[in-house]
Ligand binder design. Structure first.
Ligand code: ADP
Length: 234
């Protein structure tokens, strides 16, 4: 079943005299429960696509339909409510709360959603048990990223947007994080949209979309998903 549908989405940025079409007439469907991997070189429009799809940024023209409702038309307060209810983000150090410990940050996620899995189990899954009482500034970039993943898992939203979820991680930790994402997808049928420039990650997806210069240049289905531990890295 179709969950998200983008119709002719354009996003234009103006910097002085220069105009960039970060998204140039993009149409795309996302099915409920699938893992969609979006690949493309730096500057191809991946982050802009993710920000527009999740309602973090306004589109210039076009529609972003969730179950046929156009969220591009929502007011700021309505879109904030919509995001809170339906969407989880895994961004590099996205909105981590500096004055809270690892445990407390993940608890915030759990309180936002309805995941009954214990916060400690989730912290263990992402390999941070040892660090559970540390504050954000006491963690490395990769560890902070894992806190943001744990928090998104605890929130257990319907759709999860991941921007380079393994960007700051080494191969071993990166694959562990991907395994955790796949497990969440299987367990809860969470729709996952992962953007990355690491081509190996395409093999864990059900579908792969390639971008270049603000356009979708291919959209293919993987016959089978590969296990995260078996994918080539980098
Ligand atoms: P990617 O995530 O694939 O690296 P982006 O979506 O970040 O690509 O960027 C796509 C294009 O839009 C790039 O040319 C970038 O410079 C431009 N761009 C992105 N954000 C802005 C902004 N806030 N202002 C002006 N140009 C932007």
């Amino acid at each position: 079943m179709e969950l998200i549908k983008l119709e002719k989405v354009t996003k234009k940025y103006k910097l002085g005299e220069e105009i960039t079409f970060a998204l140039d007439n993009v149409s795309l469907k996302v099915n409920e429960g699938e893992i969609l991997v979006i690949l493309g070189p730096s500057g191809s429009g991946k982050t802009t696509l993710l920000n527009c799809m999740s309602g973090l940024e306004k589109v210039t023209t076009g529609k972003i339909l969730y179950e046929n409702k156009d969220i591009a038309k929502y007011s700021d307060s309505k879109i904030t409510k919509f995001r809170k209810k339906n969407i989880g983000f895994i961004f590099q150090t996205y909105n981590l709360l500096e004055n809270l410990t690892v445990y407390e940050n993940v608890l915030v996620g759990a309180n936002l959603g309805k995941n009954k899995t214990s916060v400690m189990d989730i912290i263990e899954t992402v390999g941070l048990k040892r660090h559970k009482d540390k504050y954000m500034h006491q963690l490395s970039g990769g560890e902070q990223q894992r806190v943001s993943i744990a928090r998104a898992i605890a929130k257990n939203s319907k759709v999860m947007f991941c921007d380079e979820p393994t960007g700051a991680l080494d191969e071993k930790t990166g694959k562990k994080v991907l395994e955790a994402l796949v497990e969440i997808n299987k367990k809860y049928r969470t729709t996952m949209i992962i953007i990355t420039h690491n081509p190996g990650i395409q093999y864990i997806g059900d579908r792969v979309v390639r971008m270049n210069s603000g356009k979708i240049i291919s959209d293919t289905i993987n016959k089978e998903r590969m296990e995260a531990k078996d994918i080539p890295w980098g």
